[in-house]
Design a protein around this ligand. Structure first.
Ligand code: VTB
Length: 330
């Protein structure tokens, strides 16, 4: 799989480090407001910081997964053009603060996240729900299948791992809509890690069960977050499928306008994020894989994972920042 993307279609790799700067800036801005109980303020700070950094990048960028439609989001809205316009034409999926509620409560796993791909390579997902299932790397293709039951998927995974279903842990968002799913999974004997928010992190956590204790992600979350998670898994490896939940004629129409012709389609992660993809996430609050931002005397430290699908390089960057001016006023 490595380097299956033709050289001509690979993104300029210098952008990998540039993207780390973008999520670092958003994470620091949000972290200043973590635990303050104000989701909107933390989100706004992250959006401002991310936008400023993005506009310094040598790209001809267009936001395709962003803060919302133009009329509801003044910044980083879907369709906004960002960057200096001097470099490659790229599409961008972003969430300056994924897990706003977790950040406001200073609970684990809120992150600043971004993914870029060549124009047209990210799914233009409307802001609806998406049913998702994901596991980490190292399994035969199509081991999991969104059309099968959770029980069948857990059994297939347990078989492939050579463990009992009761040895597995499934990550599921704690929502009333998941009551039946939770009951089904508990009946299999598998453990559940219930999370309050942040399913991009939840899905990424399946890629390293040793570290995170999570083997599989199942359930319904935001479609935009689904595309971001798919982009991450394209880089680290793993399997993911997603199906948009278009349960009203209005949503079907909204999706159709964005190019979705089959409202029942189950997307593979390759269909959600094609070609060369670069992904970066910086921890805002402490998490299972990423540490949160630390404010010290005259310095700030950040923890970022940045990766690129064509080379499958995964870099963790622990950065110590002394140029605090760059991160705005304290
Ligand atoms: C998820 C999760 C987000 O929204 O996609 C979720 O990743 C959507 O479901 O962190 P709800 O409407 O039930 O919250 C978040 O929780 C918040 O954007």
């Amino acid at each position: 799989m490595v380097n299956s993307t033709p050289a001509a279609e690979r993104l300029d790799r210098i952008l990998t480090l540039e993207l780390a700067r973008v999520t670092e800036a958003a994470a620091v801005a949000a972290a200043r407001l973590r635990g303050h109980g104000d989701e909107k303020m933390a989100d706004q700070a992250a959006v401002d910081a991310m936008r400023t950094e993005l506009n310094n990048l040598p790209i001809d960028g267009r936001v395709v997964i962003g803060e919302g439609e133009r009329d509801e989001a003044p910044m980083l809205y879907i369709g906004e053009e960002v960057g200096t316009k001097s470099g490659s034409a790229v599409d961008i999926a972003l969430d300056p603060l994924e897990g706003t509620t977790i950040c406001a409560k200073n609970q684990p796993n809120s992150i600043a996240v971004i993914a870029i791909a060549e124009r047209g390579n990210l799914l233009y997902a409307p802001d609806v729900y998406m049913d998702k299932i994901a596991i980490g790397p190292g399994f035969e293709p199509r081991l999991i299948d969104i059309n099968k039951t959770a029980t069948q998927n857990l059994e297939a995974l347990a078989n492939a791992k050579g463990v009992k279903v009761s040895d597995l842990t499934a990550c599921i968002m704690d929502r009333p809509r998941h009551a039946r799913l939770i009951e089904e999974v508990r009946n299999t004997g598998a453990a559940i890690r219930l999370i309050g928010d942040g399913d991009v992190a939840g899905i990424i956590h399946t890629t390293d069960p040793e570290m995170t204790g999570i083997d599989i992600y199942i359930g319904i979350g935001g479609a935009p977050e689904g595309v971001l998670a798919a982009a991450a898994l394209r880089c680290i490896g793993g399997q993911m499928q997603g199906r948009l939940i278009l349960d009203t004629p209005e949503k079907v129409e909204r999706a159709r306008k964005m190019g979705v012709t089959d409202p029942n389609k189950a997307y593979t992660m390759e269909e959600m994020a094609k070609g060369d993809v670069i992904f970066s996430a910086t921890g805002v609050t402490d998490g299972n894989m990423l540490d949160g931002v630390r404010f010290g005397r005259g310095m700030i430290t950040t923890h970022t994972v940045v990766m690129r699908s064509s080379s499958r390089t995964v870099r963790e960057i622990k950065a110590t920042h002394h140029d605090l001016e760059k991160f705005g006023k304290h």
